[in-house]
Design a protein around this ligand. Structure first.
Ligand code: ADP
Length: 246
């Protein structure tokens, strides 16, 4: 199967410091991938490049069946292509209900002119209900988001991204601050989502990565240091040195 996202030889420097150094990365259209690496490894900068927030100095970022060059698109266009990003802290609208938050996300997907005249249709309501159910909030539709638990807010935000029908979801430390039960539910959600889209999880917590049971990419000094199963990469002497050797 050909890759959904194909990143080749990207580099980016900040004031002469190479934050990303000849990094290549590929993910398939229905794949779950964990990206790990010590602080400063380049994980955030990598996601910034894929989402168009940061431009690499060199390299290629190709997308989809038609190999669209994402480097020619701006952040909004890349999002419309189907790249969704979830930051670590949930950013839901606390005084709005779960339905209202999801409806807003659905609306954001439309073009700016149609939004002016947009009233949610029965189909939109059905879509919102389906997304809420998918992220485990099917019985919370009328709750104000501010009343949700931390974990539920994270799921709502994932739901808001899903309402925009991403083909690739970039998720930053989704389980941070969650209870054990919420972590288990988050694992199941990410695994399920990755059956129909690509999901990249940036994570520090190895126990959570183990639960995801997926291919792991280890970044270090802006490059891929190792890739494979968690057992494979954690037994790699280079990885052991990076994590333990200093
Ligand atoms: P990670 O997410 O793996 O912790 P980052 O991508 O945030 O790593 O950072 C990689 C390196 O690039 C770090 O050394 C960081 O200090 C540096 N860096 C990131 N963004 C900037 C920036 N805007 N200006 C200067 N240096 C930056």
């Amino acid at each position: 199967m050909s890759a959904l996202l194909e990143v080749t030889g990207i580099s980016v420097s900040f004031d002469g410091f190479k934050a990303i150094n000849n990094l290549s990365f590929e993910i398939g259209p229905a794949e779950l991938r964990a990206v790990i690496g010590p602080n400063g490894a380049g994980k955030t900068t990598f996601m910034d490049i894929v989402t168009g927030k940061t431009r690499p100095d060199e390299g290629r970022v190709l997308w989809g069946e038609k190999s669209i060059n994402l480097l020619k698109l701006n952040e909004a266009q890349i999002a419309r292509e189907g790249v969704g990003r979830k930051f670590q802290r949930p950013t839901v609208f606390e005084d709005q209900t779960v339905t209202e938050n999801l409806m807003m996300a659905l609306k954001a997907r439309r073009n700016p002119f149609s939004v002016l005249f947009w009233r949610p249709s029965g189909e939109d309501h059905a879509r919102v209900a389906a997304v809420a159910k998918q992220v485990g909030l099917g019985d919370q539709l009328d709750r104000k988001s501010g009343e949700l638990s931390h974990g539920q807010k994270q799921w709502l935000e994932i739901g808001m991204l899903l309402a925009q029908e991403p083909r690739l979801l970039l998720v930053d430390e989704p389980a941070a601050g969650m209870t054990l039960a919420e972590r288990e539910q988050t694992t199941a959600l990410l695994v399920e989502l990755s059956k129909t889209r690509a999901v990249v999880v940036v994570e520090h917590d190895m126990e959570f990565v183990r639960r995801l049971d997926c291919r792991v990419t280890v970044l270090h000094e802006g490059s891929v240091l190792a890739e494979g199963s968690l057992d494979h990469v954690t037994s790699d002497p280079k990885v052991i040195e990076v994590y333990l050797g200093r």
